[in-house]
Ligand binder design. Sequence first.
Ligand code: FAD
Length: 488
Amino acid sequence: MVGAGLAGLAAACHLTGRGYDVTVVERENIPGGRSGQLVKDGFTFDTGPTVLTMRDLVADALRAVGAELAEALPMRRLDPAYRATFADGSTIHVRYGHEAMRDEIANTCGSVDAAAFDGFVDWLRKLYVVEMPNFIDRNFDSPLGLLSSPRAAAELLRLGAFGKLGNAVRRRFRDPRLHRLFSFQAMYAGLAPDSALALYAVITYMDSIEGVWFPDGGMNAMPVALAQACEKAGAQFRYGAEVEAIVRRSDTAGVAGVRLVDGEQLQADAVVCTLDLPVAYDKLLPDLKPPRGAADGDYSPSAVVWHVGVRGLPGPEVAHHNIHFGAEWGTAFDALLKQGRLMPDPSRLVTIPSLDQADAAPQGCSTLFVLEPVPNLSGQVDWRTETAPMRDRLHQFLATQGYPDDVVTEQIVTPLDWERQGMKAGTPFALAHTFAQTGPFRPPNVERSVPGLVFAGSGTVPGVGVPMVLISGKLAADRVGRYLPIGR
Ligand SMILES: Cc1cc2nc3c(=O)[nH]c(=O)nc-3n(C[C@H](O)[C@H](O)[C@H](O)COP(=O)(O)OP(=O)(O)OC[C@H]3O[C@@H](n4cnc5c(N)ncnc54)[C@H](O)[C@@H]3O)c2cc1C
């Protein structure tokens, strides 16, 4: 296994649980990859995902190695999942539970939209039930694989999944604030709501309906728990070990193992590689042509993340996750996605883990994660000159939104940093989920010219985000199982 990010850890758990001898080789000194941790001046920051949804997928990986979620990774539900603020000064909370959310909509947007919520949830559930087994949690050998689920495809057509997400939400609700609240999740797939297919409403289902969780000890507790459970079940972990090549057999061209930068060679009958896929080809398989789209596809926008430890505590109105929608919407997405410019009047996410994790900040202080979507490195922004002004704007924004802003420590992460960490186009969100880069059209998780080499992670199927990469790890384990049946 190359990489102890969430995809690699999920694959390692599923393979170890099925009886394979697994060695995980990770260049950093801790597990997690993008879901890492930064400790600075008494503050603890999660460096990547903050919104944890679909916790059953983490439970599946843990269960594969005989561990139970409740013991290995205790967590609490966040309710509200989000506090959303709008340019007119109003607020809507995304509440957990159908009744609670319907009441919230009735109180903030009126009874017509509250009634529409019932039909919306019903639609989301139906989409999820069809998509998950047929198109997400599934290995495709070719696009023809789509034809094996004609009923499911017909059902998606009937549900309007191939229309646009923005339209689907607008048709159901009157209040424009709900249009934003129930479609901004397209951004997680690297798309504007008006160009994303309605089938991506499953992301809205995952966070707004299934709910958002926060592990005790922070988000990095999740990879730590997966690594510990996997190690306990027999897998070996080599941290601080960087792979420089995937080694192939001279006779069959099949995979033979990996070579580390210090020259050590580790033998393996199969290798699961979880680097960002185009970077894996570029660095570890330079003689092979990457699959269509991996090198020159459409990459998702990126993000600037400002990790900031401040003196003071937020007011009682502040939630764990706070989305601040700007006044602009369509024009903001056009700037970001079409023109490669910063969003005018951007929407931003402020997450405050110290509200639910006391040791994340010293007494009387708070740990803040401030995220602004920005173009990836194919855009027009020069981060050598734009980083300092961006930092000052984010600081100003904290002050105007009433957050504590007396900075004790900070670190800003820009697309240049994501690129340095090994992410194509300087985005941690991989290939965008356009139709042509989704399901069987996304770069596949096997390299046919190298039998035994399997990929996992956000650059391959099913895609980006914690739930998707956990599934990708399981799909990779299934591929290995097919190539190397246990007991052979
Ligand atoms: C700022 C940010 C916010 C996000 N927010 C969310 C969110 O709220 N919710 C959500 O669901 N998702 C979110 N995501 C996306 C999610 O974090 C990623 O999709 C997921 O963590 C990617 O996991 P991965 O295993 O594919 O890749 P990685 O985590 O990148 O794992 C790859 C691993 O390989 C290691 N590696 C690289 N090169 C080598 C080498 N040569 N040798 C050995 N090891 C190597 C790396 O160190 C790393 O550990 C966010 C991501 C970021 C960065």
